[in-house]
Design a binder for this molecule. Structure first.
Ligand SMILES: Nc1nc2c(c(=O)[nH]1)N[C@H]1C(S)=C(S)[C@@H](COP(=O)(O)O)O[C@H]1N2
Ligand SMILES: [Mo]
Length: 203
């Protein structure tokens, strides 16, 4: 039996429903760190989040304003395209949907482009980023998100591969039509559903 089969047996033995693990993935208890480039350092008050593009009222908020918004604490399984999955991660944040509502999304908008520090981008259809579970997260397991994991603020869109969850997010841009982001331009799938194994273009 190979590593992946052994891992799947092991998680069943631990009492997990194996259906939670998407095809081709393995379960890890670690929290791997994955990104291109540097980890940004912010001076106090320097971080902000903009909502712009095809909206009626573009706005920018700072960390205090974000934290003052109604928030949710949610527990998700996360899945990285490099094949690790982690179960039961708990995040607190503001639903992306609530931020978009405040900006007033134009009828022509179809996608959100997440813009992160240093030019990282990823594209998500509106329907995927306005679910109950898609959040602008500022806490992980009850603590501020560590800088290496995207702190102070990252996106979490748990039902898609984790590259769709931008760390150090700075702008949510409403866009008319799809526009492949950083990894999508480099061969990753435009949608990225782990349960359909949408890893690369053509999957
Ligand atoms: N800004 C930014 N966000 C990013 C990335 C990145 O390179 N830059 N990598 C993505 C990928 S491929 C993954 S798997 C997750 C990893 O998040 P983690 O380091 O907290 O596990 O962040 C995603 N968000
Ligand atoms: Mo990833």
């Amino acid at each position: 039996m190979g590593f992946f089969d052994r891992n799947r047996k092991e998680l069943e033995a631990r009492g997990y429903d194996a259906a939670r693990l998407p095809p081709g993935q393995y379960l890890t208890d670690r929290f791997p760190v994955l990104h291109v480039g540097d980890v940004p350092e912010y001076a106090p008050g320097e971080w902000s989040l903009g909502v712009d593009g095809l909206v009626d009222h573009p706005f920018t908020i700072d960390f205090e304003e974000l934290v003052a918004m109604p928030s949710v604490s949610l527990t998700f399984d996360i899945h990285c395209v490099t094949k690790w999955s982690k179960f039961d991660t708990t995040w607190r944040g503001v639903r992306v949907r609530d931020l978009l509502e405040r900006a007033g999304v134009a009828p022509s908008a179809t996608h959100v482009i997440e813009h992160a520090e240093f030019g990282y981008t990823t594209n998500v259809p509106l329907a995927d980023i306005t679910t109950d579970q898609a959040i602008v997260a500022y806490a992980f397991e009850g603590e501020p998100i560590e800088p290496i994991h995207g702190g102070p603020v990252r996106i979490v869109v748990p039902h898609l591969y984790f590259w769709k969850s931008a760390k150090w997010v700075r702008t949510l841009e409403l866009h008319d039509g799809d526009q492949p982001g950083f990894w999508e331009q480099n061969g990753y799938h435009n949608h990225g559903d782990p349960f359909r194994e949408q890893r690369h273009w053509g999957d």
